[in-house]
Write a protein that binds this ligand. Structure first.
Ligand SMILES: Nc1ncnc2c1ncn2[C@@H]1O[C@H](COP(=O)(O)OP(=O)(O)OP(=O)(O)O)[C@@H](O)[C@H]1O
Ligand SMILES: [Mg+2]
Length: 409
């Protein structure tokens, strides 16, 4: 798929800005704090209706304005689409596809797919489980937009159950004793919704893990083995200390049977009943699960060098690209935020080999001199300066997208 243009209105530090993309690769160059990452964020927002950089929609709205608008023109094998997202300070959103207001997010999601790779992705290795959960969730949303509703449903039940547990906390004098009677039904609902989340996360990781392992070998050049596994508290050894668990390869594989997972979920809730009442919160479920990244069966977080950790993240991102391409049937966009110049030439060239001209790539950087000449030759180069985008050099570029895009077979 190909993003032909993007137009921003009151988005972050942009007032009115339209950018047309004429080449498979676009390099956005500029000093710090000019709006390079903001532009990539706007593209990623059209793909996921979210951003890892925000807690609230109001963060996206230019200071002093009420609403921000992003318009994108996309060309894919099925033809052209226009996407529009309006986010408001109030939190209310409007999303349109081809001029029609979408009542459901699933009518919007899936038109544009993108994989973003920025320096915060090192948090995949070093960050908290919450970061890894949000990462896999946003990938699944792109693979299977209906997942948005599955997640939302789980969140709704969790909130309700936590409110009940809070009231059951010892020393809550105003508690109505009948409130405890609502728990069994909520347990059942939580286990049903949670099982859907767990199964989808596992399936996505099962798809991703061999691809990531392949790239890890290819980039790292060493015989190290990367394993990526979903770690749920429902696993048979889910409650034991990580260091004392047997190596990944020796662990029994978990079943994908929804009834078995659901039953284990209910058993664990039973087991944790008094702890949950004492703490006043839900201690079991996918909201507390994690993703384990291991190099030769040792947690990459504790044992990986910085270089190893970077290689791991790059391998994971390449795996994401491939996974989306396989499922969606078209290459997604690649958004590289300030990471390319950080890679050594071997890794830069690996990346170049993978993306060729198939994956439209937007790249941000503060300086062009870290780029291999091969990158510069085939890229449209734009300068970002205080929320304005200008053509950096008048480069002669091949016509893009290739002919196949405009004449779907
Ligand atoms: N809601 C907003 N309204 C106005 N300006 C904003 C808003 N959110 C962020 N900014 C501004 O956007 C600028 C940061 O933009 P961005 O993160 O895109 O920078 P960058 O060009 O990627 O810089 P770096 O090279 O440091 O990563 C900052 O000056 C910040 O104050
Ligand atoms: Mg930036």
């Amino acid at each position: 798929m190909y993003l032909r243009s993007i137009a921003l209105r009151h988005f972050r530090n942009y007032h009115e800005q339209r950018v047309e993309f004429h080449a498979p690769k676009t390099i956005l160059v500029g000093n710090n704090a000019q709006g390079k990452s903001n532009l990539l964020e706007s593209v990623a927002f059209l793909a996921t209706l979210g951003s890892p950089r925000i807690r609230n929609d109001r963060d996206l709205v230019c200071n002093g304005e009420e609403a921000a608008q992003i318009d994108g023109e996309i060309e894919c094998l099925h033809g052209r689409s226009e996407l529009q997202a309006i986010v408001r300070r109030s939190g209310r959103r409007t999303v349109r596809a081809n001029g029609e207001t979408c009542r459901r997010q699933t009518d919007f999601l899936g038109t544009l797919n993108a994989v973003e790779f920025s320096c915060i992705d090192i948090d995949l290795v070093r960050g908290t489980p919450d970061y890894r959960r949000r990462w896999i969730d946003s990938l699944i949303i792109q693979l299977e937009p209906i997942y948005v509703y599955i997640l939302r449903e789980y969140g709704r039940i969790l909130k309700q159950r936590n409110a009940v547990l809070k009231q059951l906390k010892p020393l809550q004098s105003s508690t109505n004793p009948a409130i405890a009677d609502t728990l069994p039904a909520l347990d059942q609902q939580l286990a049903t919704a949670g099982t859907k989340v767990i199964r989808r996360r596992r399936r996505a990781l099962d798809r991703l893990a061999p691809l990531a392992r392949h790239w890890h070998h290819a980039i790292g050049g060493a015989a190290e083995n990367l394993t990526i596994a979903y770690r749920s508290q429902l696993d048979p050894d889910g409650m034991t200390d990580r260091a004392s668990r047997p190596a990944q390869a020796d662990r029994p594989t978990d079943t994908d049977d929804p009834h078995a997972i659901q039953q284990r979920f209910l058993d664990r809730l039973q087991q944790y009943n008094s702890a949950e009442r004492a703490r006043g919160t839900t201690l079991i479920g996918p909201h507390r699960d994690d993703i384990e990244l291991m190099i030769d069966d040792r947690p990459a977080r504790h044992f990986g060098s910085q270089g190893q950790q970077r290689t791991l993240v790059l391998a994971t991102k390449l795996a994401e690209l491939q996974a989306i391409e396989t499922v969606v049937g078209e290459p997604p966009l690649l958004l590289l935020d300030d990471v390319l110049a950080e890679l050594d030439l071997i890794r830069q060239n690996h990346l170049l080999d993978v993306i060729e001209d198939r994956f439209q790539t937007l790249i941000t950087t503060t300086h062009l001199n870290a780029f291999d000449a091969q990158w510069l030759d085939r890229s449209q180069i734009l300068t970002v300066d205080r929320g304005s985008i200008l053509l950096h050099t008048a480069t002669t570029l091949p016509t893009y997208p290739p002919h196949a895009f405009s004449s779907p077979s």
